[in-house]
Design a protein around this ligand. Structure first.
Ligand code: BGC
Length: 746
């Protein structure tokens, strides 16, 4: 008997019930032979509350490296870098005696309004899953665990503790679940955190289909399922559904309820044992790290945060002004820095992820240090509403200074209160004082670079055409200021790519009108058409497309081939850095299913690879699409179907910059639901077994126009008409004859 079984066998029913809820805000409970362990937020830095008993006060936590938020990490498209960030997070977690870091978050950015989008990776499940898997591998390589959250369909903050996300199964399977699936199957997170919300009417914490059928039985999750803090409303229902640990504490649903339910036969003790076993396993796997916490090098982690922030920034545009692209800047360009965010950086979001950083680099200081010049600065606006008139005066002074400057770098962004856990945004516009400033500065000086700091996409279209260069930095963490200087001055070439589309207007976004729902329900009526799947399928104009991002170099794609192999597709191409500086390209492969019998998005990202290349260098890039990458979730058969036929493989630099398209024929199945009385006349006729039988039953010589008119009529109704050769008995005979031959493949 291993140690866990031995401990389990020595526990009373009361002990076992107690172990399935927390001791306080951050600790599990101790029991005979079982120490308590501590968990802490996540996801992009450790938020370990100083007070032992478990203060919940945000900001009151030990100093820790504030790495770039998920929005910025997502834009790196760099698995190796994200794994290294994970390792660093793991080291800090371990050094602080914490056993589980509560992250990463992989919820899909359904709407740019979601207040927590800065904590999530992408609008695309492949990108979110790949990067989150790398983060989990990195953290867990240090002997501490992660908590993959928030499972599932937690795509808004409004009413998050009650709202039901009403989503059809195909949309869940293809869009909202795959990032979780990828991380669970690939990286084996120690824990998965269930969401607050309901999914199709059932709280995620009580959702047996989600927590047991899908997460454990299909995907093989072998770790623990923990509740989001306060997400459990019925302890017994939650345990029955597959939730193991309620956090933070039992609250008003004491452990006695669990004891009573077992005694009354309402909860199988074996089910409780299974949950306790997972808690014990978590405690057991935490011990080696707790015994040897080690330490971390804060300066090295700061340097890594700087590298990650630089790679997460996306150069949206860099137009030529006076015969050269405006960026990178020269130290002697007569720089003027405008915008309060240059000295008061916005670098992380609010809520449970808020880290107390070990250091904080302001862009203005970093630019001054890097140039060795006393670069002039004008605040230009107030971040929080100042006294009336303040902004006008600040703007006028900044515009005056801009007139005499060589190049103006304007730092804009969202004020901190605009983006937080707990509530959503209501607009994607920048504050009016900032829009007025950038318009006025651009009118005064043609050499303007805008640097943006925001966790979710902001609208740029109103002013972007007046501004030659825009660098989107998201919320770049504590070293973001230095990273901006590295990029603006050309020490590093930008290499980030958009992990979310930047739309022109809120009104253009997929969930507009259906976000955040009402009266307890939010209907995901746009289905699969989220993010670029929406804009590209509708051929709608966007400000900047998914996957877009410029560098200080140029890349050429050549010799792209795609060939079918073993039920999947191998893609190969050569990428060359044709510019004068070292830079990185992100090769993206999208798949278009042209012959599917169900509606599919225009195309979907199915593989990507970031390639760093020295100026003039080439590399061969190989990417693999497996059968699942070509498949869809069949809503009737309720399984993945690779429907055979022609697929278009697009090799692209963004969802709107396709460099090569290759047609590939892939063998697959012809999906069919079993024939029955309510299969239509047309479905019967088209079926290789049912068709001949139906013809033999008196429908051999039906004229073409009648066949067409009858095509959509269920066979049972044809029999009921009375005037056709088919009787009720005949129908029964036909159904009997095809029974067991359904769901065939061809
Ligand atoms: C958040 C989680 C977080 C937990 C603990 C909840 O409110 O939704 O993401 O891990 O609090 O702070």
């Amino acid at each position: 008997m291993d140690e866990v079984e031995q401990v389990l066998s020595g526990l009373t029913l009361e002990d076992k019930a107690a172990l399935t809820s927390g001791a306080d805000f951050w600790h599990t409970k101790a029991a005979p032979g079982v120490p308590a362990v501590m968990v802490a937020d996540g996801p992009h830095g450790l938020r370990k509350q100083v007070e032992e008993g478990g203060s919940a006060v945000i900001g009151d936590s030990v100093p820790a490296t504030c790495f770039p938020t998920a929005a910025a990490l997502g834009s790196t498209w760099n698995r190796d870098l994200v794994r290294r960030v994970g390792e660093a997070l793991g080291r800090e977690t371990r050094a602080n005696g914490v056993s589980v870091l509560l992250g990463p978050g992989v919820n899909i950015k359904r709407s740019p309004l979601c207040g927590r989008n800065f904590e999530y990776v992408s609008e695309d499940p492949l990108l979110a899953g790949e990067l989150a898997a790398a983060l989990v591998e990195g953290v867990q390589s240090q002997g501490v665990g992660t908590s993959l959250k928030h499972f599932a369909a937690n795509n808004q903050e409004t009413d998050r503790m009650r709202v039901s996300a009403d989503v059809d199964e195909r949309t869940l399977r293809e869009l909202y679940l795959p990032a979780f699936e990828r991380v669970v199957t690939r990286a084996h997170p120690w824990t998965v955190m269930c969401a607050y919300n309901k999914v199709n009417g059932t709280y995620a914490s009580e959702h047996r289909w989600l927590l047991t059928d899908v997460l454990r039985d299909e995907w093989g999750h072998d770790g623990l399922v923990v509740s989001d803090w306060g997400a459990v409303h019925d302890r017994v229902a939650a345990l029955r559904a597959g939730l193991d640990l309620q956090m933070p504490t039992a609250g008003s649903r004491p452990d006695d309820e669990v004891v009573a339910a077992v005694r009354a036969g309402e909860l199988d003790e074996a089910q409780l044992d299974a949950s306790v076993r997972r808690v014990l396993q978590l405690v057991e796997r935490s011990q080696p790290a707790l015994a040897e916490p080690g330490s971390f090098d804060a300066a090295a982690h700061h340097a890594l945060a700087r590298e990650a922030a630089a790679q997460g920034a996306v150069l949206l545009k860099n137009d030529t002004v006076h015969e050269a692209p405006l960026l990178p800047l020269g130290a002697g360009d007569g720089l003027l820095v405008v915008g309060e965010f240059a000295r008061t950086p916005r670098y992380q979001g609010a809520g449970s992820s808020q880290v107390n950083p070990t250091r904080l680099d302001a862009p203005l200081d970093a630019l001054r240090a890097a140039t060795g010049l006393d670069v002039s600065f004008e605040p230009g606006f107030t971040i929080t509403d100042g006294p009336e008139g303040d902004d006008e005066a600040l703007r006028a002074t900044a515009v005056d200074a801009a007139r005499g400057a060589g190049t103006v770098v304007v730092f804009l962004g969202l004020p901190a209160p605009d983006e937080s856990e707990g509530y959503d945004r209501t607009t994607i516009d920048l504050p009016a004082n900032q829009v007025a400033l950038v318009e006025a500065v651009a009118a005064a000086n043609p050499r303007v670079v805008v640097v943006l700091a925001n966790g979710g996409a902001v609208a740029v279209s109103r002013w972007s055409r007046h501004v030659p260069a825009i660098l989107e930095c998201w919320l770049g963490g504590q070293a973001g200021g230095s990273a901006v200087a590295d990029l603006l001055l050309g020490a590093v070439s930008p290499s980030g790519r958009l992990a979310e589309t930047i739309p022109h207007r809120l009104e253009d976004t997929p969930a507009f009108g259906a976000f955040p729902g009402e009266v307890g329900h939010v209907r995901y009526g746009e289905g699969l058409l989220v993010g670029y799947r929406w804009y590209d399928t509708r051929r709608a104009d966007v400000a900047f497309p998914f996957g877009h991002g410029l560098t200080y170099s140029t890349f050429e794609y050549a010799d792209a081939v795609a060939v079918e192999r073993d039920g999947g597709v191998d893609v190969r191409l050569t990428v060359t850095n044709t510019g004068a500086v070292d830079a990185a390209e992100v090769v993206q492969v999208y798949v278009r299913d042209v012959e599917a019998s169900v509606a599919r998005p225009e195309h979907e990202l199915k593989a990507f690879e970031r390639v760093a290349l020295a100026a003039g260098a080439s590399a061969e890039v190989a990417l693999r699409l497996d059968a699942r990458d070509l498949s869809y979730w069949h809503p009737g058969l309720r399984r993945w179907v690779l429907e055979g036929g022609r697929f278009v493989i697009e090799v692209a630099a963004s969802s709107r910059d396709v460099r090569a398209t290759i047609d590939v024929d892939v063998a697959g199945e012809v999906p069919k639901l079993p024939l029955g009385p309510y299969s239509t006349f047309g479905e019967w006729l088209a079926d290789p077994v049912g068709g001949p039988l139906l013809r033999d039953a008196g429908f051999a010589d039906v004229p073409e126009d009648v066949t067409r008119m009858f095509a959509d009529i269920p066979l049972a109704v044809v029999a009921d008409f009375g005037f056709t050769p088919l009787t009720r008995d005949g129908l029964d005979a036909l159904v009997g004859a095809v029974a067991g031959t359904g769901e065939r493949t061809a």
